[in-house]
Design a binder for this molecule. Structure first.
Ligand SMILES: Cc1ncc(COP(=O)(O)O)c(C=O)c1O
Length: 369
């Protein structure tokens, strides 16, 4: 099966991990700080805090931002459930805002003025235009970016993760993402206070600087064990050295898909990034009629296409937040047509050719039937 996403691991990654395995520190060692410094370099943020997953990053961000019971947080329903769960973990209420079909990101014009927080998901890697939200005077008190898909992406205000128009920005390093640590995540911010709070939150709320003797520490607040291991951080730091090469490989794959289907009216290609910006290209989600039949055809041909996403409000555990599906017409339209084609660094030319040929074949068989 050709999967829709897959990690790219080379000998330098393996050597970096082995070096940690031979060292004294498998966790809580020096490689975490190295990885965090590298994350600051590739995002332009002042601080980066590595954690155990993208979900942990979102939970930590919502907590340190001060979101909690009585707050209303909105997000896009066209995302993985963790984006909305971030609000629920801290006891805030979550509501969904329909997407803009031109970007497949949350429709900023529909973000109510009265909300306390926005979790802005850069769907597939295309950055949400947070500058527009701010210049329209509609920025909620707290803005958290969910950049699980968007490491390396660029906005008119610089790299995603620089928090130019947000409080905190969250990343995921799951193996299907552009950069992996196995499981892992991180939060970037420009606030020293938020960065300190994030470090405490990932480590049981422990505060060390409470005076002599050296073994003394305080736990002044509830925290978790959301630490990333040095083993994982070594893999992440090694991968970050190839971030630009990873993005260039993804751009070449996207260009070939675009060239193959640009004149095919049966395929709606994903939105391109505006001039002067860069797409993170975690996913390559096309839109097609007869999506389910085409999905079955491609799966039958050994091509692991996927649907991103089932809108979060459709899950039974979100029923309390749910309005009728008809309240989200653009999300529903997207959901019924979206299909993610394979997109990963090591997708070979013959493999991509077979994805293109099989997709044409699937489209033809629907056109003829
Ligand atoms: C948009 C989005 N947010 C958050 C997450 C959660 O990341 P993780 O799987 O690292 O917990 C994912 C992962 O699939 C995601 O796609």
């Amino acid at each position: 099966m050709i999967p829709y996403g897959h990690q790219s691991i080379d000998e330098s990654d393996i050597a970096a991990v082995v070096e940690v395995l031979r060292s004294d520190y498998l966790t809580q060692g020096p490689v975490i700080e190295r990885f965090e410094a590298a994350l600051c370099d590739v995002t332009g943020a002042k601080y980066a805090v590595a954690v155990a997953s993208g979900t942990a990053a979102l939970h930590a961000a919502a907590h340190v931002a001060g979101l909690g019971p009585g707050d209303l947080v909105v997000t896009s329903p066209l995302s993985f459930a963790a984006s909305a769960n971030a609000a629920r973990y801290v006891g805030a209420d979550v509501a969904f805002v329909d997407i803009d079909p031109a970007t497949l990101n949350v429709d900023l014009e529909q973000v109510p003025r009265s909300v306390d927080g926005l979790i802005a998901v850069h769907y597939a890697g295309l950055p949400v235009d947070l500058a527009a939200l701010e210049s329209a005077g509609r920025r909620p008190r707290i803005v958290i970016e969910d950049a699980a898909h968007a490491i390396g992406a660029v906005t008119p205000d610089g790299l995603v993760g620089n928090c130019a128009h947000s409080d905190l920005c969250c990343f995921s390093f799951h193996p299907v993402k552009t950069v992996t640590t196995g499981e892992g995540g991180a939060i970037t911010t420009n606030s020293a206070k938020l960065a300190d709070a994030l470090r405490r939150f990932r480590h049981h709320g422990i505060e060390r600087d409470v005076g002599d003797p050296a073994w003394r520490y305080d736990i002044g607040e509830l925290g978790w064990n959301y630490r990333l291991t040095d083993i994982a951080a070594a893999l992440g730091a090694s991968q970050l050295e190839r971030l630009d090469a990873f993005l260039k490989a993804r751009e070449a794959i996207a260009d070939r898909y675009r060239a193959a289907f640009k004149d095919d009216e049966r395929v709606l290609l994903p939105p391109s990034p505006p001039h002067g910006t860069r797409h993170g290209l975690h996913l390559f989600p096309i839109r097609v009629g007869h999506r389910d039949e085409i999905y079955e055809h491609l799966r039958g041909a050994g091509i692991g296409v996927q649907v991103h996403y089932v809108p979060t409000y459709r899950f039974s555990s979100f029923s309390a937040a749910a309005e009728p599906y008809s309240a989200f017409p653009e999300t529903e339209r997207a959901f019924s047509t979206l299909l993610s084609l394979p997109m990963y660094v090591n997708l070979s030319l013959p493999e991509q050719r077979s994805v293109i040929d099989e997709l044409r074949c699937a489209l033809d068989s629907q056109t003829l039937s």
